[in-house]
Design a protein around this ligand. Sequence first.
Ligand SMILES: [Zn+2]
Length: 309
Amino acid sequence: MQPSQMPLDFDYEVRLALFDHIHRLADAGGGHVTAAQLNSGLSLNGKRIPVWSQQRGIFRPAVLRDFGAALTIHSSFDSPYDDHAHPDRERLVYRYQGIDPSHRDNVALRRAMQLRRPLLYLIAVQPTVYFPVFPCYIVADRPDDLAVELMADAIGSDIVHAAEEEPLANIGLKAYATRAVKRRLHQGRFRYAVLRAYYRQCAMCRLKHTPLLDAAHILPDRDERSLPEVPNGLALCRIHHGAYDIGIIGVDPDYLIHVRPDVLAEHDGPMLRFGLQEMEGGIIQVPRRPELKPNRDYLAERFSRFMAA
Ligand SMILES: [Zn+2]
């Protein structure tokens, strides 16, 4: 059956309206939604429907009581981030509420699986900022581990499959979407942790405009030793991130900044002079806490590639 021909019961209507709403918020918010936005709820047919509970991970609004399936789940910033350890990169793991599988919240989770309802999964990338994953399906229940497994069904914008009746349909696409979700999640958490460690300023030029700051990897992201951890990162502004990545600027293991000789010899406008050439011989500003400082072995390895180029 085509999604457009599917009988649209009220439960579906709420879910699709929620996805549409979250899609618009995330679009305007650089892919993220805030707790304050979520607290405003959803307006549907002139009524306000709450969409989550900041205190409880598993949420089903009162208007969906008859259907009984959870609508939204979220993990807080402090909650254990199980997905790192989970060997299957194509699944997301979500912990039950408490340790009683028959707790009403856990029943609502299972009900969503039985009824094959798409959910919104909010994963914290900062204390009150969430990366929304939707539509998302519960594909397995693991009562012995007090957890369920989920798969994303699309990458953010495409909710065409939301009215699909079979959670395990299009498994290849779901695997692809779930891997993409995990990558974006790692990037979001990495950026937050690195920017916080570096006092939200560029390690080279001290620029403090957060929207212009990135978390650069020292060992490239594709390197299998490259973990989304602060010692493998540097907070850099867009220009210095780009210059570091393409080898115009290097940083040696003693934190000294080097500019490529041919770029040092160029003559051009103020961006070249103040933005690049005057970095030569400077020292990057690193976090004070030893466990957050950049890994010197990684810097050395990266720097040897800069010198060889
Ligand atoms: Zn900079």
